[in-house]
Every structure is written in structure tokens, then in C-alpha cells.
Design a binder for this molecule. Sequence first.
Ligand code: GLP
Length: 258
Amino acid sequence: MEIIVKDTVEEMSKAAARMVARAINAKPNAVLGLATGSTPLGLYQELVRMHKEEGLDFGQVTTFNLDEYVGLPNKHPQSYHYFMHENLFKHVNIPKQNIHIPSGTTDNYEAFCAWYERRIVECGGIDLQILGIGGDGHIAFNEPTSSLGSRTRIKTLARQTIDDNARFFDTPEEVPIYAITMGVGTILEARKIILLANGKSKAGAIIAAIEGPVTSQITASALQLHRDVMYILEREAASELAMLDYYQWIQEKMPDAP
Ligand code: GLP
């Protein structure tokens, strides 16, 4: 586990973009796992800039998104299809056929979920998974008490998540109550994971995920079982970590390690 603390959201986003660019440069046909939400927005902006100004080439990249709301058509402004198209895909050169996002409108969810899992394997598995974190410590839409071995499936959203999302919809009734999401088990199979978090509202979830026990109550805590996780945190989100000094000490001393 590596924890990097940055003073601003912009620095957090740039550090994450450098990691993604490094993964693509090392393996041009890298398979990326992508997240939605406000947290990775700056990362996507920086990747778009790198593509346009520095020639970062997504021509062989494959992507898998974590989740999607059930029932929202792809063109709905709150759908994760729309979010990804607007914030990343329409600005970079990822071949359309290499883009995978769970379907919120399939007529057979069970078959779709099984196909999504198979497709990840067929593409060689996820090399680098980007994650945000929900206020209740969830990753993707794996709400509290999700099995830590779970696979892609339909989840009923927790009240807190529905309330958190209500601000994006005109009326509370429009907020979806189901989502299709990669499971915790699916996410843990990625070769490398980067979790981003910013803002004071995430500080409680971050301390629980990093320093609390591994528990299905905080599905991000399952990342403690993964051997290559990097947390890139903006200072406010990291502010409640009990061992913050130690993580910073490690960052300072690591370059001179034998
Ligand atoms: C949703 C998404 C998560 C995301 C979380 C936090 O629940 N399914 O993938 O991490 O929201 O969103 P934000 O980054 O906007 O705080």
C-alpha cells in the first residue's frame, strides 16, 4: 500500500494522470478500469490535455467502467455512459469497440453481468483500476455489506447514496435505486489499483478504509487485501488518518531505500 497526499485536487488529479500515462506508455494496449463521480473529473481533464498536447496515445487502450444506474438510457445526462462520453471518450482516441460500460438498459441483467466478467478476462484482465470512494466507504456501487467476493451484479443502492445523488436529479423520485456494478471480488483482481479521494466529507471513509478493520461495512477496506494499491489523497480527505506522519515519512525516505 502506498499513500500519497497532495495539497490540492489539481495536484491529486495530475499525480493520478501521470500514473495512468505511465501504464499506457509501458503497455500501449493496457486495460484500464474507470470510475465516474466528481473525484476523477480532474484526472480525465488531465488525460485529455496529455492526449492533445503531449500525444498520449489511447489507440490500443481498452476500458471497463465500474458501474451504471439501472433504468437510465445511455443519453440521460446522469447516466455514467453520458458522463464518460462527455468527460473522456469523445476527447481521446480509444477505439469505440474497446470501451465497456455496464448496461443499465439490458433486458437480461444476469446474462449481461456474466458477459461483462467474461469480457474482462478475454481482454487479459484489468491492468490499472481507478477508484473513487463513496461517503459510506463504498467502491463502485458495492454498498455496505456487499460480499467482499462479489462479482458484477445488480445492487440496491443505500439510502445515503441515493440521498447523495439526489442533487443531480430534478426530483427525488428520479434517482435510480438500483445499479449494475462490478463486484469487490472483480475489482480486487485488477493488477494495480489507484483510489482517489478529496474533501473533508471523505475523511471518515478514508480512515475506515485504510486504518480500520477489513469489513463488508466499508467495502473499500477490502483493498487492504490487495498487494498493489495506491491512495492519492487530497490533504482534507487524508486529514483524519492516525498514521499520516508515518505515510509521509515513508514517502520522504523511500527514494533512498537500498
Ligand atoms: C458513486 C460511484 C462511485 C464513486 C462515488 C463517489 O457511488 N458509483 O464509483 O466513487 O459515487 O462519487 P464522488 O466522486 O462524486 O464523490
